[in-house]
Write a protein that binds this ligand. Structure first.
Ligand code: AR6
Length: 173
């Protein structure tokens, strides 16, 4: 599996599937979720509403992932996942690990060869940036032989985040 870092707006990345850091309702929000729905158009919301009306009446649990169309985006699919809200007093790291695992499993089931990830939970959900990046890189690396996905693109939104990814990737696996 090839791992690359490409700073910028994830909605413009040309991969088979982009990951959305959504919330359990799957009905949209701010941050990267808002950007994906704006750029992808109403088809994505129609698809998430259909999921809510069928297999996910209570919403998507934290740590899980589900795919929809990507609407007008260059990608073919959006894989929605729900990161944990950071809380110093509770260890929710396993849920953040689960987001990356489940996204790659869903991508594998879809037959997606390339997947782009934003830094899940690192915005509104308050996860410390260095640890959010460590979970992202280490979990994806740990899945490299378990899935057929050939390329993962990490998409930091800022230069400081980009540096964190490059530093983490430079560490021994
Ligand atoms: N491309 C790449 N990364 C982005 C983009 C973009 N277009 N926009 C923001 N980021 P967040 P969360 C970065 O808050 O913490 C939503 O309202 C951002 O700088 O989008 O998992 C959902 O509906 C940060 O590093 O997601 C949920 O309610 C990272 O993406 C809640 O926010 C994640 O920030 C989820 O919070």
């Amino acid at each position: 599996m090839e791992l690359v870092v490409q700073r910028g707006d994830i909605t413009t990345v040309e991969v088979d599937a982009i990951v959305n850091a959504a919330n359990s309702t799957l009905l949209g929000g701010g941050g990267v979720d808002g950007a994906i729905h704006r750029a992808g158009g109403p088809e994505i919301l129609e698809a998430t509403k259909a999921l809510r009306a069928s297999e996910l009446p209570d919403g998507l649990p934290t740590g899980d992932a589900v795919a929809t169309t990507a609407g007008r985006l260059p990608a073919r699919w959006v894989i929605h996942t729900v990161g944990p809200v950071y809380a110093k007093t509770k260890d929710r790291r396993h849920l953040l690990v689960s987001c990356y695992r489940r996204c790659l499993e869903v991508a594998d089931e879809l037959g997606a060869n390339s997947v782009a990830f934003p830094t899940i939970s690192a915005g509104v959900y308050g996860w410390p940036h260095d640890d959010a990046v460590a979970v992202a890189v280490d979990t994806v690396r740990s899945m490299a032989l378990a899935v057929a996905v050939e390329k993962v693109v990490f998409v930091p939104f800022s230069e400081t985040m980009e540096t964190l990814y490059n530093d983490q990737l430079a560490k021994e696996a």
